[in-house]
Each structure stands twice: as structure tokens, then as C-alpha cells.
Design a protein around this ligand. Structure first.
Ligand SMILES: *[C@@H]1O[C@H](CO)[C@@H](O)[C@H](O)[C@H]1NC(C)=O
Ligand SMILES: *[C@@H]1O[C@H](CO)[C@@H](O)[C@H](O)[C@H]1NC(C)=O
Ligand SMILES: *[C@@H]1O[C@H](CO)[C@@H](O)[C@H](O)[C@H]1NC(C)=O
Length: 497
């Protein structure tokens, strides 16, 4: 999830200048949690294709359909001597055609002469099953419907190309689609032979307080001592104190869009959540190879921590404010907008042309109905304060979708998800689970091998979905080794009936 945008960079920047939207909300960046590679100059991207998909897979008698977007790269494939089919599962943002020519899976595809297909997730990008995003129409947005879309798509492609059972499908996915890849193996093992599940949160958890615990641990792990964490802690304490005694100082340093005297209680929670999110985003995407984006190369845990630990004469809150200014600048925002009502009004917009239709509203719906995943301050009260507890997020569900979406409702949804898929007791074979130690999402994923047929690869030092990005000369030896290991699993599974 880039803080900047992926597919429609220019559009996004224009919109942000006008609306000052939040970039990182509910642990999701614009464009979805898996970003996109930089693209290769001179290589043409394949065109979008459209699949006639069923609206409601839970009722065979419902014959309504819609058009689902997909992309194909058949350059490595020999249809006369068909090899495997690699299926990249779309997630909580627009599917990017750039993945069709670049990324670790493309390297594997060259190796195994695979046909590469990416199917966009219903309700995201250009795949619009309903007229708009009204709460009533979002009834058809769920991981279950998305898995059934994939199953229907696979069957249809097998028919279209007359593939027999020897032609094996392997699912790939990162972040939420990482979970979908494993769940696809669980629910449709006859259609999908194996899966590579990267950074997938398999356990639905409403109060995801472990998220900020990993953020804090990653600051320690990357810098090798406690100093950076201590500075962040001090900065937050100073901010809380100033907000009581002299808010004008914080207003000025953090370039807020409106004075704190006009702030509601929810605005303040949103403010604290926003400044903590700067660290969430920093850690989640630390040094990944995603984008040729200037920020991704230069703003890292180490650069921010050295900013915070140098210049002992400066107070910590001031140094944190400098980091905040960098984040604002990089996301082309002129001020820090913590206005809760504006956030909620944006998320309430049901139009496909609204800014939040990029995925913000849809992902929020999925968190409120299926997953939770709320990155609350409850786990690291010492470091980030305790200003954005669980009820702040439940409030958002209710304010956006209706009072019915209360704490019990959200909990029941997450429990239902864990019952349906098994959480970390998932019973699926031929799945490789890949995680990075500095990715906060690993806390809800499979990080140790529990079944030899479903190995876990835990990469020390890497961030969210790092293994999926195109290999780079700067990759750590551990990341390089993980990609090799994944390739060897693909090779061995392809040789199994
Ligand atoms: C498939 O990917 C390769 C490697 O990037 C690229 O050269 C080729 O043009 C792509 N083919 C299609 C049909 O997109
Ligand atoms: C929803 O967003 C669209 C596109 O930005 C805008 O034109 C429309 O006025 C918004 N609707 C509401 C109710 O705010
Ligand atoms: C590797 O990192 C160095 C230092 O950050 C940078 O100058 C160089 O461009 C990077 N190389 C690649 C291939 O990304």
C-alpha cells in the first residue's frame, strides 16, 4: 500500500490537493497493500481483458453477471506443450498491469514456462459488480465471493483453452490476496495445485494491537538499540503535554489544517492515529523495491531513526514534526488533515467516481464485516499513547455503514471468518507462507512450519511482500535465499500429481 498512488498517480495527487485525504487508513495505503513494481521502460503492458462473472455465487439461481478485469502474459507459454498457469490474485486496490511484466513471479514464470494471469478482485479497480458502492450493494463484497470468482474463472479458462488436469494452476498473492491464495487451496483444492502466500494475515482479529508492537520491535531490530523507540515515546509524551498547555506549538510544528480549539474528540483520535500511522507506513514498506518513488529509496527506518536520535539539543517532538513534514511533502499534502467528519464523509460516498472508491470504502467494509484488523494503540500505549483504542475504529464502521455495524457485529464477522477458513489452523497443503520480520502483518500470519506440506518462510529484516517485488542488486542475502527457496517449492510441487 503505497502512501503515494499506484495506477493513477497523477489523478491521486490532484484529488489530494483538493480534498486533503488521508493516505494510510486502516492499515491500507492508496492502491492497496501490495504496491506495484516500477515498470520497465520500453516494455509494453498487456491490455485489459474482461470476463463475464456471476454476481452471487451463493445462489446458483441468481443469473446476474458483471465484467471482471484480467490481464494475461503468454510470452513464456507454449500452448502446444502447456506448462503451469500462474494466477496472481488481485486484492484491495486496482490490479496493476505492471505486475504482468515484472516481479518475482515473472522470473519463476520464465523458469517454468508458465502462463501468467492476474484477476482483479471484485469491487476494486475497474471490476464493478454493482451500479454503485451503497451498503446494500456491498452485500456481494466478501472474500468468499472473491474465491468463488477465482474458481469460476479457472474453470472457464480450463474450458476455453481445453486444458486437461495435467495443466496445473498455482496461485500467487501478497497481503490480503496472500490469504486468498491459501484459502483458494483450502476451498478449491481440485482447481488449484499449489499456492505462494506472501504476507497474508490468516487470522481475523478485531483488535490488532500486535501491529504497533511489531512496528516498535522493528525500530529496535533495524537500529540495534532502544534509542529510537525512546525518542518516539518521548515525542508522543511531549505532544500530549503541549496539547494541554500550549497547543499552538504543535499546530505549527505539525502543520495541521485546522486549530485544535476547533477539534472534536474524534478529530483528536484521528490526529494521534495519523502521526502513529507515519511509523506504520514507514515500517510496513521499509526498503522494499516497489516503486522508483524517491521516498521509498531515502525514507527508511534507519534514516528516520537517525533523524530522531541526532541533535540532542532539539526536543523530540520537533524532530517527529520534521518527519511528519517529510511525509506530507511526499504525499503532496499541504497540511495535516485530521478532520474526522471529512474522512467519514469521503468514506460514505457510494459513487464509483469518488476518491474513496479507489478501495478505501470497500476495504473498510471488508474490515467491518470480515476481518477487523484494527491497528489500535492498545498494544504500545507506552510509545504511541492510548488515544486510538478499538472503539474509535468501531465508531468508524458505524458512522460509515450504519449503527448495525457495532462491536458485536464486527466481532461476529471476524469469528465467522476464522471458523470458515480455520485461522492459523488452516488445513491446506502445498502452500508456502512467506513473511518478513519487519512487516507488522506477520503477527497474524503463518510464520513457522506446522506441516511439511505447507512450509513457512520467515525472512529476517524484510517488509511487507518484499519477496514479490522484482529482484534488485541491493536485496539482502536472506531475501535472495527466500526467493530461491520459493522457486524450489514450485519446482517440486509441479512434479507431483
Ligand atoms: C511478458 O513479460 C515479459 C518480461 O517482462 C515481457 O518482455 C513481455 O512483453 C510480456 N508479454 C506480454 C504479452 O505482456
Ligand atoms: C462523491 O464523489 C464524487 C466524485 O468525487 C462527487 O462528485 C460527489 O459530489 C460525491 N458525493 C457526495 C454525496 O459527496
Ligand atoms: C543500491 O543502494 C544504493 C545506496 O542506497 C543506491 O545508490 C543504488 O542505486 C541501489 N541500487 C539498486 C540497483 O537499487
Amino acid at each position: 500500500m503505497p502512501r503515494s498512488f499506484s495506477v493513477v498517480v497523477i489523478c491521486f495527487q490532484l484529488i489530494v490537493l483538493v480534498q486533503g485525504a488521508k493516505r494510510f487508513h486502516l492499515g491500507r495505503s492508496k492502491g492497496g497493500n501490495l504496491g506495484e513494481p516500477a515498470g520497465i521502460s520500453g516494455v509494453k503492458l498487456p491490455p485489459a481483458q474482461w470476463f463475464i462473472q456471476k454476481l452471487d455465487h451463493s445462489r446458483p439461481t441468481d443469473t446476474r453477471t458483471w465484467k471482471q478485469r484480467y490481464f494475461v502474459n503468454d510470452s513464456f507459454y507454449d500452448f502446444n506443450n502447456p506448462g503451469p498457469i500462474f494466477l496472481m490474485i488481485g486484492g484491495e486496490g486496482p490490479a496493476s498491469a505492471k505486475w504482468m511484466v515484472q516481479g518475482a513471479w515473472i522470473e519463476y514464470a520464465k523458469q517454468f514456462n508458465a502462463l501468467c494471469i492476474q484477476l482483479e478482485h471484485r469491487y476494486y479497480g475497474e471490476s464493478h459488480p454493482t451500479m454503485d458502492l451503497s451498503t446494500k450493494n456491498l452485500l456481494y463484497l466478501s472474500s468468499h465471493q472473491a474465491l468463488a470468482d477465482l474458481a469460476n474463472f479457472i474453470s472457464a479458462m480450463n474450458d476455453k483453452y481445453k486444458f486437461n488436469r495435467e495443466v496445473k494452476w498455482i496461485a500467487f498473492g501478497g497481503s490480503y490476496p496472500g490469504s486468498l491464495a491459501a484459502w483458494l487451496r483450502l476451498k478449491y483444492p481440485h482447481l488449484v495445485h499449489a499456492a505462494i502466500s506472501s504476507s497474508g494475515p490468516l487470522l481475523a482479529k478485531v483488535n490488532f494491537m500486535e501491529y504497533f508492537q511489531v512496528v516498535v520491535n522493528s525500530l529496535r531490530e533495524k537500529t540495534g538499540d532502544e534509542d529510537c523507540v525512546t525518542r518516539v515515546k518521548l515525542a508522543h509524551q511531549q505532544i500530549e503535554t503541549f496539547l494541554k498547555t500550549d497547543p499552538a506549538i504543535i499546530e505549527k510544528e505539525f502543520k495541521v489544517c485546522k486549530p485544535f480549539s476547533k477539534a472534536s474528540e474524534n478529530d483528536m483520535k484521528n490526529f494521534y492515529s495519523s502521526i502513529a500511522d507515519d511509523f506504520a507506513d514507514l515500517v510496513q514498506y521499509n526498503e522494499d523495491n516497489r516503486i522508483s518513488d524517491k521516498r521509498r529509496k531515502t525514507t527508511t527506518i534507519n534514516s528516520v531513526c537517525s533523524m530522531l536520535t541526532q541533535h540532542p539539543e532539539k526536543p523530540e517532538y520537533q524532530k517527529l514534526a520534521e518527519f511528519n513534514s517529510i511525509v506530507l511533502e511526499e504525499s503532496d499534502e499541504t497540511c495535516l488533515d485530521y478532520d474526522y467528519s471529512k474522512l467519514i464523509n469521503g468514506l460514505r460516498n457510494v459513487s464509483w467516481s469518488s476518491e474513496q472508491a479507489e478501495g478505501g470504502r470497500q476495504w473498510m467494509y471488508q474490515t467491518c464485516t470480515e476481518f477487523g484488523f484494527y491497528q489500535t494503540s492498545s498494544g504500545e500505549v507506552e510509545v504511541f499513547g492510548n488515544q486510538f483504542p478499538l472503539d474509535f475504529f468501531i465508531q468508524q464502521c458505524q458512522d460509515v455503514f450504519g449503527t448495525k455495524f457495532n462491536a458485536e457485529f464486527v466481532s461476529a464477522g471476524a469469528e465467522w471468518t476464522n471458523r470458515a477458513y480455520g485461522g492459523l489452523d488452516i488445513a491446506a497443503g502445498r502452500v508456502a507462507y512467506v513473511h518478513g520480520s519487519v512487516d507488522p502483518w506477520h503477527a497474524l500470519g503463518m510464520t513457522t512450519t506446522q506441516d511439511n506440506d505447507a512450509p513457512a518462510i520467515f525472512i529476517e529484516g524484510t517488509a511487507h511482500c518484499a519477496n514479490m517485488y522484482p529482484p534488485s542488486a541491493n536485496d539482502s542475502t536472506k531475501l535472495v535465499a527466500a526467493r530461491v527457496e520459493i522457486q524450489s517449492y514450485i519446482g517440486s510441487w509441479l512434479n507431483l500429481p
